[in-house]
Each structure stands twice: as C-alpha cells, then as structure tokens.
Design a protein around this ligand. Structure first.
Ligand SMILES: NC(=O)CC[C@H](N)C(=O)O
Length: 309
C-alpha cells in the first residue's frame, strides 16, 4: 500500500523539497511569477474516498497545461475521436510545448498532438457552445463534476495576465488559421484558452480528478461514469506519451505513470486502478515541469512500484 500516513508522505516532501532551489518559477505569464518557489505539496486520492497529503494543500494552482487533458476529454465526448483526430494528431513532438517548428515543417494544418499548445488551441476551438461564455461554462461544469467541487472557478488575474501577453499563442493561432486548422475569431479563442488555463484548484481537487482518470472515467465515490472508458484511456495514453512535454520519455522510464504538468507547477497523476495524485511545486526545470514534483514522484514510484511498465 502507498504511504500509510501523512507523516511518511511529509518525509518524502521534505526530501524532494531540496530540489526547489535548482528550479525557477514561470514568469512569461507575469501573474505566475508571484508564486513561492519553495512550495511543494501533494495529495493522493484513493478510490475509496480516502486521501492523504503533505505540504500546504490549501494553496491554489491554475491548471495551465493540465487543462489540455480535460478539454481533450470534453471534446472527445462532444465530437467523437474520429472528428477530433482528423484535426489533431497522436504523435509526440520532442519539442517544447510552445514550439512552432514541426507545424511548419511537418503538419501545417494538423498539430502533432493535443498536449502541445498548437494542438490544445485546436482542441479548445472544438468545445461545443454558442459563444465563449457557453463553451467556458461547459468546460467549467465538467471540471467541477470531475473534482466533485462546485466552487471551482478561474483566476481572473492569471487569465488576464496571459491574455495580455500571449503573443506566441496568438501567432500559433494565426499560423493555424492560415492553414485552415482554426477558423473562428482568434481573440475569442485566446480568451477561452487563457480562461481554461487559469482554472484554479488545490492539489486535493487535482488528485480527485486524477482518480477518475485512474478508474477509467468512473467516479469511484459515486459510481458514476463521468466520461466513457475509451475517452479516459485515450487521455491517459497522451499523458504517457506527451504529458510532461519533451521530458515525457524520461518521465516514463523513471516514473512510469500517466501524468500531466502545467507551468504553474502543478502535476496531475493517474495511477491506473490505484489512485490519483495532485502536486503543486512552482519551481520548474528547464523543460517547464515542477522540479521537486518530479523528484517526489520519482521517490514514490521507486518505493511503491508505481510504474506501469
Ligand atoms: N505548459 C503550460 O502549462 C502552458 C500553458 C500556458 N497557458 C501557455 O499556453 O503557455
């Protein structure tokens, strides 16, 4: 069994925390620069509803790229896999999440996967709804259902901060629009995408969402199938192949679980059939993953044999 008590988890957090000094908080979204690089917290949510934690788990994190898995799940339910994968690919890129290079050289009208920004923007465009408000409300209610937390909302300051500065995402959109992969109003898509990335929760909520993915789309506490097993399976597969950006291969070897990170320092993990994990550690490594969060997962994976491989 995993950590018997919070004490044990605390010990692991203490050990992993030593690595925070080697990382740096993201500052290309100005509002994220305010995070404390020393923070590290974790929650583990089991299917029976019990949960253990360490660190300050009340702290809120914006989802950033973690939201890409959730919007993908919603869009797969909205449109079906065939429609979605005609417009976005299934292959890892080996490039940073915001890179443009393969778009130009390989697939100008079809981003390689939904976990890079180009692919996520195409996915977000596919969310059903009459306008930005309705699309965002639909995404938010799905997130609230997954986390079983009706209070979840988005951080307006973070959303605005990214909206005002995200020239790179705008340029990806214009490139994709030129090639027919995006066809709506770009400012509206950026508005929706930056709100999606700014949805905020603590690592308990994150772990709660992780357990739904771990249990093939079923909320084990209520028994409700929130998403079809096939959708959860596709999402988990992307988490393994592309979830940790261009560090996904190393992560699969060293840790071996489906996980998705965000530049806010969050990591959502889903250990198939066992539990969900939520981590917050805003100091990032050079690829944009939580440096101490990865270390913590490495320690836990070794100790509790979490690798699927
Ligand atoms: N890697 C991330 O978390 C990126 C998400 C961020 N909102 C962006 O688009 O740049």
């Amino acid at each position: 069994m995993l950590c018997q008590s919070n004490e044990e988890l605390n010990e692991y957090v203490k050990e992993a925390k030593r690595y925070t000094v080697k990382g740096k908080v993201a500052d290309y979204i100005p509002a994220l620069a305010k995070a404390n690089p020393n923070d590290l917290s974790i929650a583990i949510h089991y299917p029976d509803g019990s949960c253990i934690s360490a660190g300050d788990i009340e702290k809120k994190i914006t989802l950033q790229s973690i939201s890409k898995v959730i919007s993908l799940a919603l869009v797969l339910m909205d449109r079906g896999p065939e429609y979605v994968f005609e417009r976005v690919g299934m292959e890892p890129t080996g490039d940073p999440f915001n890179s443009m290079i393969k778009l130009e050289t390989l697939a100008p009208s079809k981003p390689l996967n939904p976990m890079i920004n180009a692919g996520a923007l195409v996915v977000t465009q596919m969310i059903k709804g009459a306008d930005v408000e309705e699309k965002f409300e639909r995404l938010l209610s799905f997130i609230r259902e997954l986390a079983d937390d009706p209070k979840i909302t988005y951080n307006e300051e973070v959303a605005r901060s990214e909206f005002e500065t995200t020239y790179l995402n705008r340029s990806l959109c214009y490139f994709l629009k030129q090639h027919g992969a995006i066809n709506g109003e770009i400012e509206e898509l950026i508005d929706l995408y930056t709100k999606q990335c700014a949805v905020e929760m603590n690592c308990l909520d994150l772990a709660r969402i992780g357990v739904v993915f771990a249990m093939d789309g079923i909320d084990p506490m209520s028994g409700k199938q929130i998403m079809p097993a096939n959708v959860a399976r596709i999402c988990k597969t992307f988490m393994v192949t592309c979830g940790m950006y261009n560090a996904s291969g190393e992560f699969a070897i060293k840790i071996g679980i489906p996980a998705k990170s965000g530049v806010s320092g969050g990591i959502m993990g889903a250990v198939p059939g066992r539990f969900g994990i939520g981590i917050f550690g805003p100091a990032l490594d050079e690829k944009g993953n939580s440096i101490a969060g990865i270390k913590l997962l490495e320690l836990l994976s070794k100790k509790y044999k979490l690798s699927m491989f």
